[in-house]
Ligand binder design. Structure first.
Ligand SMILES: CC(C)(COP(=O)(O)OP(=O)(O)OC[C@H]1O[C@@H](n2cnc3c(N)ncnc32)[C@H](O)[C@@H]1OP(=O)(O)O)[C@@H](O)C(=O)NCCC(=O)NCCS
Length: 378
């Protein structure tokens, strides 16, 4: 076999076949199991999307009802996990999410059982629990006491209730539900690839999901939504257009990446950004906080004019979550609460037709063979 040639960042490499997510970066198309993301965002809930990603088709009303019942049954976190979360030092919520999912594995009644029925229960349980975990971490960080889930609430409403302790408004539920739908899957993005690589070793599903979390945390991936908000705050909520332009052009001149812009696959607008932009605008008006949308829109204009680079999913999710009163540190964990459904779908697909993922490297180190000089003679 000849010397393997590296494709840096695996750009353009097709690493597997998959029935889950269709992405066309030239036309700006994203579809889950053939359903266009624009239709899913308008017409379905996160629970319907979970069913779609795991079963390959949309549920009937009774099937959706069964899934909702199961999700609400599993939503309560095991008490030792809540106690352990309280012991964690204050720090990054993503670190706590990573630790929390690892802890959940210890208390999962199906740990160690790889049968199809156990895998299905773990898929539902993990999705239910991760939503509660993220909300509970947000609640603890704000000094509140953890709240018991209310079984009548859907996934998005339950998330907001466990986070705030208050019954959420319809607009807030719709915003979070749509954000969960939009973030649920995205083909072989870095975190999903990490989860599939882990699953391909036939490790357990909690471990595969933790692998996904670790990759999502980085600022080039899911961590970008928090970076966007930090940038908006640094520019200042009272900034006029001139101040926004100067800030962005200064960052570009210093060769800094503007968080929330650019994408490995899309050469058009990220179709998810279309919905988040609208949501950010509507929420800003509704809550009397239009400044974040105004600044964001101005940044987008400057980026288009100066670089031609489009906003991605993370850009308008930042102002959307902030306007909902959510702490910046919780933005990437909310991404986890959604993407866990996609990671699970991909892990299950990997298990169902597995081949170990083991690529090669183009070796560029010292020439072979090097003579080993004895320790005392070096
Ligand atoms: C997403 C991202 C990692 C994709 O990276 P990639 O496919 O490896 O593309 P590159 O980083 O090589 O970027 C290609 C060019 O566009 C520029 N570019 C890409 N994203 C940019 C951004 N956000 N701000 C400024 N310039 C950017 C790069 O500087 C590079 O320019 P060059 O060819 O003159 O050197 C990258 O766009 C990025 O870092 N974005 C900011 C972080 C972010 O929002 N991540 C969430 C993605 S959903």
């Amino acid at each position: 076999m000849g010397r393997p040639m590296a494709v840096e960042g695996l750009e353009g490499v097709v690493a597997t076949t998959s029935r889950i997510c269709y992405l066309d970066g030239q036309r700006g198309v994203l579809a889950y199991c053939g359903y266009d993301i624009h239709d899913l965002a308008r017409l379905t809930s996160f629970e319907e999307v979970c069913y779609l990603l795991w079963q390959g088709r949309l549920p009937t009303r009774p099937e959706l009802g069964d899934l909702q019942t199961e999700l609400s049954r599993y939503r309560e976190l095991p008490d030792p996990v809540v106690r352990a979360l309280k012991l964690l030092p204050h720090g990054s919520a993503m670190d706590a999410v990573r630790t929390g999912i690892s802890l959940l594995a210890h208390y999962d009644p199906d740990t160690g059982d790889g049968s199809p029925s156990a895998m299905r229960r773990k898929a539902v349980r993990l999705t239910a629990q991760v939503g509660s975990l993220v909300a509970t971490l947000g609640r603890l960080a704000s000094g509140g006491a953890p709240i018991q889930p209310d079984p009548v609430l859907g996934h998005a409403a339950s998330f907001l209730y466990l986070l705030t302790g208050e019954r959420p408004t319809g607009l807030a539920v719709r915003a979070i539900d749509t954000a969960l739908v939009l973030h649920a899957d995205h083909e072989l993005n870095a975190s999903t690839f990490a989860a599939r690589v882990a699953a391909a070793t036939l490790t357990d599903i909690h471990s595969a999901i933790v692998a996904g979390v670790t990759a999502l945390k980085g600022p080039l991936h899911g961590g970008a939504n928090a970076e966007v908000m930090k940038m908006l705050v640094a520019i200042g909520e009272d900034a006029d257009d001139a101040r926004v332009d100067a800030a962005i052009r200064g960052m570009l001149a210093r060769k800094q990446k503007i968080p929330g812009f650019g994408h490995r696959v899309y050469r058009t607008e990220d179709p998810r950004a279309t919905h988040l932009r609208q949501m950010s605008r509507d929420l800003g008006l509704e809550k009397g906080q239009a400044q974040w949308f105004r600044i964001s829109e101005r940044i987008e204009k400057i980026m288009k004019e100066d670089t031609g680079i489009n906003a991605n999913v993370d850009f308008y999710s930042a102002s959307t979550y902030h306007t909902l009163g959510i702490a910046t540190d919780l933005f990437t964990p909310i991404f986890v609460a959604s993407r866990v459904a996609g990671w699970i779908a991909h892990a299950l697909e990997q298990y169902s037709n597995n081949r170990l993922i083991r690529p090669r490297a183009d070796y560029i180190g010292p020439e072979y063979p090097q003579a080993v000089v004895r320790l005392g003679e070096r």
